[in-house]
Write a protein of this length. Structure first.
Length: 259
């Protein structure tokens, strides 16, 4: 007889939240779970409801718990990266179960070459490939984490099969700033500006991120007309990458889709 696997969402922390994920994990009892049923809802519905902590975490010693997966995903539930941990014999606090020796699966694939660090400098959780030093999964104190990965924490009881999502990411061309609506200058950084920094800044705020004059980041949405592309106006490289961050005029910027 086939075994039915039940997936329960234990916690969700949205990108840009002002909450610290370890503090949210360590809360006693449920948070933002008035009907005590969010753990059983589709993950997209849980995410839509905001930060969440299930009271099931308090029953860590229950025999129904076998593994916990930490997943990074967008707001519709597409999983971009994931690490699954064996929690047999562990306790709910993170340093007990979120360790390299407990990793049984990852979308990265090479679990023997991975390390897990808790509370390292600005990183509250850092998972990296030891041979290259590449940090491919991090969660930080602030609203942003490792470049390209927003601060998000979604722990589940069992592994959710990894299916690469359809991503409409990438450079959308050189756009006229006035074509955008609901446009706001969100960040100015002449030393570190990049498409990643700008799209992370605009996460949850807008559909587009626009890098202008290699130092300004605008968040905005496409209006009723298509973007006026003018490649000749966007040629200025970002400070530390080979990517384009607009031109010398503030009229145009390099447009990037926000996840």
């Amino acid at each position: 007889m086939a075994t039915t696997v039940v997936y329960s969402t234990l916690m969700v922390l949205l990108a840009g939240s002002d909450r610290d994920f370890e503090d949210l994990w360590n809360v006693t009892g449920a948070e933002n779970d008035p009907s005590a049923n969010k753990h059983s809802l589709p993950i997209s519905d849980v995410i839509a409801g905001g930060n969440f902590r299930s009271g099931l975490v308090d029953t860590w010693g229950s025999s129904t718990f076998e593994t916990v997966s930490v997943s990074g995903m967008n707001k519709v539930g597409d999983v971009f990266f994931e690490v699954e941990y064996n929690i047999s014999g562990t306790f709910p606090f993170l340093s007990s179960w979120m360790t390299q020796t407990n990793i049984v699966y990852s979308t990265h694939g090479v679990i023997t070459d991975m390390s897990v660090t808790l509370s390292d400098s600005n990183y509250r959780v850092l998972v990296e490939q030891q041979s290259t030093g590449t940090a491919w999964f991090t969660i930080t104190f602030g609203p942003l984490s490792y470049p390209g990965m927003p601060r998000m924490f979604a722990a589940r009881r069992k592994n959710v099969p990894f299916v690469p999502p359809v991503v409409l990411d990438g450079n959308l061309g050189c756009a006229l700033l006035t074509d955008l609506v609901n446009t706001t200058l969100m960040l100015t950084d002449s030393a570190n500006m990049s498409p990643t920094m700008c799209t992370n800044t605009c996460w949850g705020i807008s559909a587009l991120a626009l890098t202008v004059t290699a130092q300004h980041c605008y968040c905005g949405d496409i209006g009723s007309v298509p973007l006026s592309e003018n490649p000749s106006q966007c040629y200025y490289p970002c400070p530390n990458t080979q990517e384009i961050c607009g031109g010398l005029t503030s009229d145009y910027g390099s447009a990037y889709h926000v996840q």
